[in-house]
Structures are given as C-alpha cells and as structure tokens.
Ligand binder design. Structure first.
Ligand SMILES: O=C1O[C@H](COP(=O)(O)O)[C@@H](O)[C@H](O)[C@H]1O
Length: 258
C-alpha cells in the first residue's frame, strides 16, 4: 500500500483539495478505462464534497462516465432522512449530471440480510459484464475510488468496533441489525472489498475525530484489536485528508504507519 497524509488548516481547505483530487482521478480513470467508479460514504463526507458541484470543478468532469455506489447504507426507504442515498442525493447527486442509471442505491423493502445479498449480487453482475473491474489479487470488485469517512470512535462504513462484521472474509457486502449508531439496520461493504480499491480517500475533519485519528496514525495503535479505520489498507493508494481540528498535533512527531 502507498499512503499519503494531507493535512490542511481548515475544513474548507480540505473541501478544495478533495475536489482537485477527485477531478484528477476522474480524468485519469476515464482516460484509462472509459469510466470512473466512485463509492460514497454518508456522514460529513458529502458536505466536504461540496466544492465538486461548483466552478471550475463541476464543468471539467465527464459526469456521464461516473458510476456511483454506496459504501454503507441504512436499511430505510431511500427518501428517509436516515438514508445515505438521500444525503448524497440532496447534497451532491442532484447537483451534477450523472445519469440515473449509473447510480446504484440499495433495493428498498427487503430485510437487512436480503438487502446486502441483493447489493452483492448486483456488484457481481456488474463485474461479470465488465462494468466494474476485478482485483486480480483478491477476486473482489476493484473500485476506482472509495471516499471513506470515519466516526469519532474509529468506525468506517458500518464496520464498528466489537462487531463481527469487521472480520468478514468471504462476503462482499454484509449487514448489521444492532448498529451502535442509529439507525440499527444497515448494510456495509466488507474489508476485503474495501481494500481491493485502487484509491481510498480517508476524509476526516473536526475535533470529535482527533482521538481516533491519533490512534490510527500514531505509534500507540493496538495491533491486537485495531480500530476499524486501521484495517483500511487498499491494494492501491490510501490518502488521508485531515483538517487541523482532526489532527491538531505535528504529524511529523508521530510514528506514521505508511
Ligand atoms: O453512520 C455512518 O457514519 C460514518 C461516519 O460519519 P460522520 O458523520 O462521523 O462523518 C459514515 O462514514 C458512514 O457512511 C455512515 O453510515
């Protein structure tokens, strides 16, 4: 894994840097293989993507080539205020011309287990028809870019501390019915699928996340029971986007895990 840490003064600076980074990767992957597969988290990430919907970025992207997936989703109707799709639609998707048929929300009206199975089945179908690439190393789908947020206690996607889903090795998508963060019923990509990605951006802003960021990047990491965020280790490149509140210390002073 190649790893970079980009730290900025303010959250607004992170938003600008993230827009530039995504624009760059969009052009690169579309030139390489004609499309750009992007996996979105929910939470604060969507607001931090706001600059992409503004000039000059919005006009420079081939939006028709984008494919949108969801790293985790709450098992609620798509118009529910808890839905990550709704969050992404209101904050990002409705502002850019990505064709509706290129956006892959969960199927509504199923149980959490059925929702996860159906999403995994759809991803496998997209790999089979070559809409998505495959990781030659793992056999899992290989997304071009995953935009990953982190909860204050170090969870990523809906993979939480003390929950067995984080150890899943076979499934691409799994489910949880007792999420410690509401709502309880969710589906989530598993670590093998997450770590098959070409590029992962860990986007973390705000002081609530500082303790987990320090553990994730620092020398006091618990190797026996790492935080979920510490299991993010893509085949490709991991790039941290941090603001000063999430990482208020001198990064050079830490033993950074690269
Ligand atoms: O519940 C969730 O939380 C994480 C972190 O959210 P944040 O608001 O602390 O940024 C998010 O990445 C995930 O997609 C979401 O379902």
């Amino acid at each position: 894994m190649v790893s970079h840490i980009k730290k900025f003064e303010t959250e607004d600076d992170v938003a600008v840097a993230l827009a530039k980074y995504i624009c760059h990767l969009s052009a690169k992957f579309i030139a390489m293989h004609g499309s750009f597969s992007v996996v979105l988290s929910g939470g604060t990430l969507i607001d931090t993507m706001r600059k992409l919907t503004e000039s000059p970025y919005v006009d420079s992207i081939h939006w028709s080539k984008w494919l949108i997936f969801f790293l985790d989703e709450r098992v609620v109707p798509l118009d529910d205020s808890d839905s990550n799709y709704k969050l992404a639609y209101d904050g990002f998707l409705k502002k850019v011309p990505i064709p509706e048929c290129n956006i892959y929300p969960i199927k509504e009206g199923l149980s959490p287990e059925e929702t996860a199975d159906e999403y995994e089945h759809r991803l496998k179908h997209l790999v089979a028809n070559k809409t998505l690439r495959t990781s030659h190393a793992t056999g899992f789908a290989k997304f071009d870019l995953m935009l990953v947020g982190m909860g204050p206690e170090g969870h990523v996607a809906s993979l939480f501390c003390w929950h067995f889903q984080r150890f899943e090795k076979q499934k691409w998508v799994t489910f949880i019915t007792d999420s410690p963060k509401p709502p309880p019923q969710r589906i989530t990509f598993t670590f093998p699928l997450i770590n098959s990605a070409s590029e992962i951006a860990m986007v973390v802003t705000g002081e609530d996340a500082a303790d987990a960021v320090k553990v994730a990047l620092g020398k006091h990491a618990n190797d026996h029971y790492p935080l979920p965020v510490q299991k993010v280790s893509p085949e490709g490149t991991l790039t941290w986007f941090l603001d000063n509140k999430a990482a208020p210390w001198n990064l050079g002073a830490l033993c950074v895990i690269l």
